[in-house]
Design a protein around this ligand. Structure first.
Ligand code: NAD
Ligand code: UGA
Length: 429
């Protein structure tokens, strides 16, 4: 039986623990966060992810998963060490490698012989795989195995990956990692570490570019009266363009697209390569919030003491992750303009309250909308597509509805007497 140590019990680490256990492997997960480990030992997830509680529960019940605060326990007898620690944005857009370094130092100190293969699942700064050889005194074999799962569909993505990318100078080590995933029958791409690391950043930068393209296009469509949905359908039908990430809206957020885009921009800039494309993608993304603020000001005048309800706090639906959430950034920008902002999220409310950001948090969409001058749908939670529009309209003071994720039927919204704005489909009526 293969024994795997996982470093970091987060969105990637726990999905991998549960997924690898399901594939028949034995997994020990170490984290430095006492509370998270204590909860996970009882099978309690600290974040929201569809299907993961059940999968984790199965692995725990079968005795294939153990959570610990001890590196020595996690690494004892491990054949592989999966590194799943955070790599947030560091200085000038680079990836901060401080969590990685701390983890590598502990791995070096605690690994037992025969030495395990180190598998980098974290999105690491380009070049990390090569510098690792030095950190490990050329003793441990290293494979870059970047992760492509998306939150909200992480379990599905684990079992049905579009590809498994393995970058290593040691083909034997890469093939050993590939064998762990054999039951998935996935396409495996072998390359060197630097290429694997760059490919990961490139994938997220490309997805970000598609979203910004859709958003930039929606501004043109709005100006000339084109039907945004029709344009998107026409583009999506071409396999060279691809259907995903073309939904215009409030812009991309989350812990990865913005930071990986910044990392590519940083990489290009510091190596004298063209970097303006990446800056433009980020600028269009920021501009989506400005478009909303402009609509609000054009309709309501000064936002001072205007009550604005925001539905959705997480950076997208089906997650309670608030990292780099466009919705929260918008809420904070509006609060700075002295608007009175009330936020409702069906799942992320506890996380929102815990941030103590000063924003009011409401238990329901209807209570958030009470006496509001404007209502903004900022996250595409499915329940927001089935709102009782009549009740919302009656409880609001104003009639401006900004469907910033394009989930409502425009005709129906207007039938209820709302002034509707949405990206790529709607000038103000
Ligand atoms: P996360 O913040 O959800 O989890 C990381 C965990 O690592 C935390 O629980 C933290 O306490 C722990 N940790 C930090 N330092 C540690 C250390 N020295 N030893 C042990 N544990 C430590 O992060 P995440 O979202 O899982 O992301 C992890 C990495 O995977 C990042 O590089 C990210 O870019 C990448 N990634 C994330 C996703 C995603 O959907 N979240 C997808 C693909 C790639
Ligand atoms: C993204 C990638 O999709 C994953 O492949 C990658 O592994 C992950 O980043 C990562 O590296 O962490 P994720 O951030 O979970 O996954 O979510 P996406 O579904 O890509 O959405 C990112 C953002 O773009 C969200 O804010 C979403 O609302 C926005 N988006 C997405 C749009 O505005 N329009 C779209 O058409 C699609």
């Amino acid at each position: 039986m293969t024994r795997i140590a996982i470093i970091g019990a987060g969105h990637v680490g726990v999905v991998y623990a549960a997924g690898l256990a399901e594939l028949g492997h034995t997994v020990r997960v170490v984290d430095i966060d006492r509370r998270r480990i204590a909860n996970l030992q009882r099978g309690k997830l600290w974040f929201y992810e569809t299907g993961l509680p059940e999968l984790l529960g199965r692995g725990l019940k079968r005795g294939r998963i153990e959570f610990t605060l001890s590196y020595a326990t996690a690494l004892k007898g491990a054949h592989f060490v999966f590194v799943c620690v955070p790599t947030p944005t560091g200085s000038q857009g680079s990836l901060d490698d401080s969590y990685l370094r701390a983890a590598y130092d502990l791995i070096r100190d605690e690994a037992s012989t025969p030495l395990p293969i180190i598998v980098n699942k974290s999105t690491v700064p380009v070049g990390t795989g090569d510098t690792l050889a030095r950190i490990f005194d050329d003793q441990m074999r290293v494979v870059s195995n970047p992760e492509f799962l998306a939150e909200g569909r992480a379990v599905e993505d684990f079992f049905h990956p579009a590809r498994i990318l393995l970058g290593s100078h040691d083909r034997g080590a890469a093939e050993a990692v590939a064998r762990l995933y054999a039951p998935l029958h996935a396409r495996v791409v072998y390359t060197d570490p630097i290429s694997a690391e760059l490919s990961k950043l490139a994938a997220n930068a490309f997805l970000a570019m598609k979203v910004s393209f859709a958003n930039a296009l929606s501004a043109i469509g709005d100006a000339i009266g084109a039907n945004g949905e029709g344009v998107t359908q026409a583009l999506s039908a071409d396999p060279r363009i691809g259907a995903g990430h073309l939904r215009a809206g409030l812009g991309f957020g989350g812990s990865c697209l913005p930071k990986d885009l910044a990392a590519v921009e940083h990489l290009a800039r510091t190596h004298g390569a063209a970097s303006e494309l990446f800056r433009a993608v980020a600028a269009v993304n920021r501009g989506q919030r400005t478009r909303i603020v402009d609509v609000l000001i054009s309709r309501l005048g000064s936002l001072s003491d205007r009550r604005i309800a925001i539905l959705g706090a997480s950076y997208k639906a089906n997650t309670d992750d608030l990292r780099d959430s466009p919705s929260l950034m918008l809420a904070e920008e509006l609060a700075e303009l002295n608007a009175s902002v009330v936020v409702h999220d069906p799942v992320a409310a506890p996380q929102l309250r815990a941030r103590r950001s000063g924003l009011s948090v409401s238990r329901s969409a209807i209570s958030a909308a009470r006496a509001a001058d404007a209502l903004i749908i900022a996250t595409e939670w499915p329940e927001f597509g089935a709102l009782d529009l009549g009740a919302l309209k009656r409880t609001m003071r104003g009639s401006l509805l900004i469907d910033a994720r394009g989930i409502l039927d425009s005709d129906e919204v207007r039938r209820h007497g709302f002034d509707l704005f949405n990206f790529g489909g709607g000038r103000l009526t």
